[in-house]
Design a protein around this ligand. Structure first.
Ligand SMILES: Nc1nc2c(ncn2[C@@H]2O[C@H](COP(=O)(O)OP(=O)(O)OP(=O)(O)O)[C@@H](O)[C@H]2O)c(=O)[nH]1
Ligand SMILES: [Mg+2]
Length: 196
């Protein structure tokens, strides 16, 4: 399996033409999207990560075996400006989500956080996609019993908010929890051999 960086978009006009299928990573800043990409693709530093929120500033496209683009979307919610999405971010992401070639949306959320209005805005804008996966990251930070409790409370909140999703799965990049399951689901969809 081969993966490489292709291009970035800072504005809607810079998005590539809709050709390959796309798998998009969305979620709050610092929830682990760029780390997830590197772990999924078994690459050390393909997507740039940081312990500081706001590392990814542009929409970044990575080609995977010329079968699909993995798309790293900048996170939101780090400016300190009271949980309001910035107009710039909202316009860019809204334009991105109108694309018709998005096969999967992977919505990542730090398992220690609860869903806020910004998260629900993003989820509500993701409902047109055929496959919406919600991935609770950094599960290494919680005990097994807390993971199960948290997952159940997410299920309830999502149901109450009428968010229909395909999978809710917890995950750790450090412990590689559920990594193989996620790789299988995504890579087999595109006919890629996922064993590294
Ligand atoms: N404990 C733990 N830390 C993680 C995990 N995944 C990512 N991190 C850490 O979380 C921090 C943020 O990770 P990034 O991948 O840069 O987050 P991001 O979602 O891309 O952030 P933005 O680019 O700001 O949107 C880094 O310090 C990572 O090492 C995980 O599974 N467990
Ligand atoms: Mg990032």
């Amino acid at each position: 399996m081969e993966s490489r960086y292709v291009q970035s978009a800072l504005k809607p006009e810079q998005l590539p033409k809709e050709s390959l299928a796309e798998v998009a990573l969305l979620g709050r800043s610092n929830c682990g999207k760029s780390t997830f990409i590197n772990t999924l693709l078994n690459k050390k530093n393909l997507a740039k990560t940081s312990k500081f929120a706001g590392r990814t500033q542009t929409i970044n496209f990575f080609d995977v075996d010329s079968k699909f683009y993995l798309v790293d979307i900048p996170g939101y919610g780090f400016s300190g400006s009271d949980s309001k999405l910035s107009k710039y971010w909202e316009d860019l992401v809204e334009a991105y989500l109108k694309r018709t070639n998005i096969s999967y949306i992977l919505f990542l959320q730090d398992i220690r956080r609860t869903l806020n209005d910004e998260d629900l805005w993003v989820l509500n804008h993701s409902l047109n996609c055929d496959n919406l996966f919600i991935i609770l990251t950094k599960s290494d930070k919680l005990s097994r019993s807390n993971i199960i409790k948290t997952q159940a409370s997410y299920e309830k909140i999502l149901k109450d908010a009428h968010i229909k999703y395909d999978e809710l799965i917890y995950y750790s990049a450090i412990k590689r929890t559920n990594l193989i399951d996620i790789q299988k689901k995504i890579f087999s969809e595109f006919g890629i051999n996922y064993s590294f």
